[in-house]
Write a new protein. Structure first.
Length: 349
């Protein structure tokens, strides 16, 4: 703070036999730190003068670094804790969802199996008296035909023919019930895709007639029989067509188209002209518990279960829809489903 041997403006510190450090204020009011030592047997004093701010700057810098390090460390620890807790909560949430979905799948499978057993029992119980009625009606017709006074009675013959036709109709219904029950067992078998579609639609023909819903089936001639689980395929088609019927009003149109997809796959498209699905909902249509029929009895599991069933038989399912115009579900099935593909799957996208 000046030339060599120039007199400084600081007062001479008091004598001390040892080195001392004191604080002083300069003429501008700034804090100074003075270290001094009287040199023995001389009139000189060794002094070191530093501004306190300059002297404390390294310590202040270190303190700031430590504070920032502490803040960053705490923030990082909180971030890790929050991230870990969020991850664990999400895993628990996903596990709970998978558990609920699995329980619903088991419940659904048990329900379908119970329906199958009930259908088989009812069909067998009905078939026995139907067979007796059919035989008796046929015998009565033969006996009447042998007698001239009855053979020419068109009313009587018409009544007998009506009985025989009604019995045949009941027989077809019970046959469908037995077929439905038979497919409840998980097994790979060779099936005719068109026959499965018509068999499922047979359960809905009366509703279609009552609501004036027109059903059009187009199956390409080059489609071979496929090897798959007929029971699961029935449930898939039934779920999609039930959804289509729910979306359509009276005088609706249902279009079922099947064609080859390459050499090893076949596609089945089911289209309706119902209310359609919005673009926002279309992305979530296969999610568990998501339903566009909230408040109308929808559980949000029908299409989720359908998606799982399609995956279990080695297939893929796609959906296209336009609001107020209709929806098309397309199922891509392999011509041959391998046994290793027939496993339960609870993972949905």
């Amino acid at each position: 703070n000046g030339e060599v041997l120039q007199k400084i403006s600081l007062p001479i510190p008091e004598y001390a036999p040892k080195t001392r450090v004191i604080e002083w204020l300069d003429k501008n009011g700034g804090a100074l730190v003075i270290g001094y030592k009287y040199i023995a047997d001389t009139p000189f004093i060794l002094m070191v003068v530093k501004h306190k701010k300059e002297l404390m700057r390294p310590w202040e810098d270190t303190r700031k670094k430590l504070i920032w390090f502490l803040i960053i460390s705490v923030a990082f620890i909180l971030f890790v804790i929050l991230g870990g807790v969020t991850y664990l909560v999400n895993r628990i949430f996903q596990s709970d969802r998978k558990l609920i979905i699995t329980l619903h799948q088991v419940e659904y499978a048990n329900k379908m199996a119970s329906i199958g057993r009930l259908a088989a029992g009812v069909a067998h119980e009905i078939n026995n008296p139907l067979a007796i009625i059919n035989e008796k009606a046929g015998l009565m017709k033969d006996l009447f035909l042998f007698k001239k006074e009855y053979a020419g009675n068109d009313t009587l013959m018409g009544l007998l023919d009506s009985i025989i036709r009604s019995v045949a109709r009941c027989g077809r219904i019970t046959k469908r019930l037995l077929g439905f029950a038979r497919h409840m067992d998980v097994s790979i078998q060779t099936v005719n895709l068109e026959e499965v579609v018509r068999e499922v639609l047979g359960f809905l023909n009366k509703e279609a007639e009552f609501r004036c819903i027109e059903i059009l089936i187009e199956v390409a001639e080059d489609i071979p029989r496929i090897q798959t689980d007929a029971g699961k395929l029935q449930q898939i088609i039934l779920n999609i067509i039930n959804n289509a019927f729910a979306a359509m009003g009276d005088n609706g149109h249902l279009h079922v188209v099947s064609r080859m997809e390459g050499k090893d796959s076949v596609s089945l498209s089911i289209s309706d002209d119902g209310s359609g699905i919005s673009e926002k909902d279309l992305k979530r249509v296969f999610e568990p518990f998501f339903s566009t029929k909230t408040g109308k009895g929808g559980t949000g599991l029908g299409l989720s279960i359908t998606y799982g069933l399609v995956e279990q038989i080695g297939g893929k399912i796609e959906v296209k829809s336009e609001l107020n115009k209709g929806t098309t579900f397309t199922i891509i099935l392999p011509l041959v489903t391998e046994e290793k593909e027939m496993k339960s799957s609870c993972v949905y996208s």
